[in-house]
Ligand binder design. Structure first.
Ligand code: FPP
Length: 252
């Protein structure tokens, strides 16, 4: 850790998590407490997305993964699902040029084939446009579920075994991780969940194995730079052991 390496929040850069994952919860409740329809909450949530992307980039986070739509969210009322899809499309149309100017590399994870053709096209175009950017890696999980991810990886490994490209004895953590949606991306160091619930809700089940978990009561549309910095401060205060004892880290 270098003493001079500080950011706006005075958290030394060595203490900044490489990868932050976020469960953006509470849009519906935010809207309901204002007597607004739920989609107004999602719309307002896009503002928080923009602020968190900017803050994460400023703080030196390398990867930011946002849970925008889960495998289970398809069970929501058709009108809410349809408005959410329109919102993703609109946000992509509006924000991609700006993200590109800011050197952000945008990728999507999830069962993409379940999405509408127009959205799939926009996603591919955005990914192609930003793929050589070297700043923040923004990963948006849409139609994503942690169990779907592990099942897909297991199927890929089984296919490789059937094709005699791989033997069962060679299957290990690294091989399975290499088939997951986040293959090649370091595991999240910090998981943030807004909206007062303390659950992982089928997000990145494999990858969150050693993540520090930070929960807050703020509803997603209320979440901004200040709360993100609180999560970073919490992270900076944690001692990560990866299953080893405190003594092995020189702490009783
Ligand atoms: C959870 O709140 C939120 C979602 C299911 C959608 C998240 C989507 C956005 C923030 C919009 C845009 C995102 C991007 C990446 C452009 P909830 O509806 O479950 O809230 P509740 O728990 O209060 O009902």
């Amino acid at each position: 850790m270098t003493e001079s390496a500080t950011n706006d929040n005075n958290i030394q850069s060595a203490m900044i998590p490489t990868h932050v994952a976020v469960i953006m919860d509470g849009n519906g409740r935010w809207a309901q407490t204002r007597a607004l329809p739920r989609h107004a909450g999602h719309r307002s949530g896009v503002r928080s997305v923009r602020e968190i992307v900017e803050t994460a980039a400023k703080r030196g986070v390398s990867y930011l993964t946002l849970f925008a739509f889960s495998s289970e969210n398809w069970k929501r009322p058709a009108e809410e699902v349809s408005r959410l899809m329109s919102l993703f499309l609109e946000a992509l149309q509006r924000e991609v040029d700006d993200l590109h100017r800011n050197n952000v590399r945008l990728t999507f994870i999830g069962a993409r084939e379940e999405l509408q053709a127009g959205l799939i096209r926009k996603i591919s175009t955005a990914e192609k446009k930003t793929r050589n950017n070297t700043g923040l890696n923004l990963i948006v999980a849409v139609a994503y579920g942690g169990r779907w991810d592990i099942v897909t990886a297991a199927k890929n490994l089984a296919t490789k075994v059937l094709n005699q490209e791989l033997s069962v004895a060679d299957i290990d953590d690294t091989k399975l991780a290499g088939e997951l949606a986040l293959a090649g991306v370091p595991d999240p160091d910090l998981l943030i969940r807004t909206g007062g619930e303390q659950r992982v809700s089928n997000f990145l089940l494999w990858n969150l194995a050693y993540a520090e978990l930070w929960f807050c009561d703020s509803l997603w549309p209320e979440f901004g730079e200040r709360q993100f910095d609180e999560a970073l401060s919490f992270y900076a205060s944690r001692q990560r052991r990866y299953g080893q004892s405190g003594n092995q880290f020189g702490v009783a």
